[in-house]
Design a protein around this ligand. Structure first.
Ligand code: UDP
Length: 353
């Protein structure tokens, strides 16, 4: 039996293709990092994911406290269940916490979406990525530069397998189900922002809001709970510009419907950089770096480090001919099947690096 760990919104889209393809017995362990319906439950419903076998209930708290709480809650579950391996996905606190717990007990760790690097250790996600990869026995990668990053950090080449992007499997599977979902009339922009570097400090957040207000189109902003909290705590409710419609987080199908039809997407999300690339939708990423350079190289993404540059970056993206859906190698809807094959082969070899 293998534990499949998930905890936060992007994880659900990444494990779903594994669950669908799995030829081995598994348990879904949900850490509870995201727990309310709009950030968790609705995804299980729309993706058709089975309910978690184990729910650890570790929501809230600082990055450090949350990581510690998940480890504390997962340890007895791991000991009791005695899985033969633990699969973790992405770069959230649950990813690191469960990898470390498994490694401490000698249980092999498999990291799906290994080797992505922003080279920016001020991002909690980057620390989670680097440490999880060091603890992992099997490293499943989504794009070629991930292999170089892992080898440069001393990880063995034979532990790295290119299986592709399972988040895109989910996108391609459910895209037809977004037909008919009502979206605004074009032109409109879709905004998602939740990285601590953008939303935790009033000055930066205020600069972003004011730059969005200078765009000459309506913007839809299904805001992450962290962002809504920060707008209120920083006293910025009055600084939300008129063209920006702040809403609660969208369900997956609602989000993808808005994403595929948007004139432009303005984001700091990792997954949204990938999805817009595949959909061929212009994307402006409000960050100085990306752990997903392939989205700038082959996709439709451009980085915008300074929020004051957002209007120019949007104009530049819109002035380009629209590319239409982009094909990125291994982002083809079959990554889940390849990941399951890699996991099965690894287990046949005895589950060791
Ligand atoms: N997403 C969603 N509703 C929203 C915003 C995003 O369903 O209101 C989806 C989006 O389609 C993508 C994933 O959530 O599949 C991205 O998650 P998030 O931005 O929270 O995390 P990141 O990718 O930055 O780790």
């Amino acid at each position: 039996m293998i534990d499949l760990v998930c905890g936060a919104r992007p994880n659900f889209m990444k494990i779903d293709p594994l669950v669908r393809a799995a030829g081995f017995p598994f348990r879904i362990v949900h850490t509870g990092q995201h727990y309310d319906h709009s950030m968790s439950g609705s995804f299980f419903d729309q993706l058709g994911l089975p309910r978690p076998d184990v729910f650890l209930g570790c929501g809230g708290g600082s990055v450090t406290l949350q990581t510690a709480r998940i480890m504390e809650a997962y340890e007895p579950v791991l000991i009791r269940g005695a899985p033969e391996a633990v699969v973790v996905v992405g770069d959230v606190n649950s990813t690191l916490a469960c990898s470390l717990t498994a490694a401490r007990h000698g249980v092999p760790v498999i990291h799906l979406e290994a080797g992505l690097r922003s080279f920016d250790r001020t991002m909690p996600e980057e620390v989670n990525r680097v440490l999880t990869d060091q603890l992992s026995d099997l490293l499943l990668i989504t794009s070629p530069e991930a292999r170089d990053n892992l080898l440069a950090e001393g990880l063995p080449a034979d532990a790295v397998v290119m299986t592709g992007n399972t988040m895109i499997d989910t996108l391609l599977r459910l895209l037809p189900e977004t037909d008919g979902i009502e979206v605004p009339e074009k032109p409109y922009g879709l905004v998602t922002l939740h990285r601590p570097g953008n939303v935790d400090h009033g000055e930066r957040l205020s600069e972003i809001l004011s730059a969005l207000g200078r765009l000459d189109m309506p913007l839809v902003f299904p805001a992450h709970p962290r962002t809504l909290r920060s707008i209120s705590e920083c006293g910025l409710a009055g600084a939300v510009p008129e063209n920006l419609r702040m809403l609660a987080p969208f369900s997956y199908l609602e989000f993808v419907a808005h994403e595929r039809s948007a004139s432009v997407v303005i984001t700091d999300s990792g997954g949204v950089q990938e999805e817009t690339s595949v959909l061929g939708v212009p994307c402006v990423t409000v960050r100085p770096n990306t752990e997903r350079p392939i989205t700038c190289l082959l996709g439709t993404n451009v980085l915008c480090p300074d929020p004051r540059g957002i209007p120019d970056a949007v104009e530049e993206r819109l002035s380009r001919a629209r590319v239409g859906p982009v094909e990125i190698p291994f982002w083809d809807g079959k990554a889940g099947v390849r990941a399951v094959e890699a996991v099965s082969e690894f287990m046949r070899r005895g589950g060791k690096r």
